[in-house]
Design a protein. Structure first.
Length: 283
């Protein structure tokens, strides 16, 4: 004999109460199949695609926490990386159409924080740092790259290179550096001199929308098609390196917050799962 929805869905003593708007309709003609409530027995705001909206919310919260955790661990791992730009996260809510009703969906995104890092002195004459918005242009293996990491060196052939061996780009013609020659000097505009001989001007530039730059790993970025360069107002400092703009204290505080959020989401999912198990258990 068919079970009566109004009775069989009611929680037993000791179980958390189900809100009225989440109870099966008293007029519903849907019955159990193997003592499992079918979707139409529940109001649509509480039961989506065969799964409770409470479980959906818990999974979305856990997923958002995982993405935030990945960003935080990356920031912590690069606290001492020159010119590292921390990754920040955000969450947006949007509506998805459903059967007669819209459902809220969460989307977690990441973006680079290009705020200025502190400048730290370096004993290497080829090390440089930018103070202000902008990027140093690099001749990458597959096209132009941009970076704020000025950990450069001169090779035996007189080329100014990055740590990975990529050549630093120059504005206009340039001469080669004599590795065993006189010390080099670099002014705020990027002009490099070796004694009285001009080597060239280090090319640094800026973008109207730096958020559109694509990270390429190792502190390098590439510009998508259509993103035009513009003059950089930054000043170049010789014998300095920009430090990471990630704060260890701030990241640890964020880590604790994310862990608590994840635990709360997990507890909600466990509570809902246990409640459903008791509601559908054979008597």
């Amino acid at each position: 004999m068919a079970n009566r929805p109004g009775k069989d869905f009611h929680p037993r003593k000791g179980l958390p109460a189900i809100h009225d708007h989440c109870r099966p309709s008293a007029n519903s003609k849907t019955h159990f199949e193997g003592r499992q409530p079918t979707e139409s027995a529940w109001h649509s705001p509480c039961y989506r695609g065969g799964v409770s909206t409470g479980l959906y919310s818990g999974v979305e919260a856990a997923s958002a926490s995982q993405k935030r955790l990945e960003a935080i661990t990356g920031n912590l791992a690069n606290l001492n990386t020159p010119a590292y730009k921390r990754v920040s996260t955000g969450t947006r809510a949007f509506q998805l159409p459903g059967r007669g009703e819209e459902h809220t969906q969460l989307y977690t995104f990441t973006e680079k924080d290009f705020t200025q890092g502190d400048l730290e002195p370096s004993a290497n004459q080829y090390h440089v740092a930018l103070m202000g918005p902008g990027f140093i242009a690099i001749d990458g293996p597959n096209g132009d790259l941009y970076t704020r990491n000025g950990t450069f060196h001169a090779d035996q052939d007189g080329f100014l290179l990055t740590e990975e061996g990529y050549r630093v780009s120059w504005r206009g013609p340039n001469d080669r550096i004599e590795p065993t020659g006189e010390p080099v000097t670099i002014d705020g505009t990027g002009k490099m001199m070796q004694g009285q001989r001009s080597i060239g001007d280090i090319n640094f530039t800026d973008f109207a929308e730096p958020s559109r730059l694509s990270p390429q790993g190792g502190g390098y970025f590439s510009a998508p098609r259509g993103l035009e360069e513009q003059a950089s107002p930054a000043t170049l400092y010789q014998g300095m390196l920009e430090s990471s703009n990630s704060s260890g204290v701030d990241e640890l505080v964020s880590l604790i917050t994310v862990q608590r959020t994840f635990e709360s989401a997990r507890n909600v999912m466990q509570m809902i799962d246990q409640s459903y198990g008791r509601l559908t258990a054979a008597r």
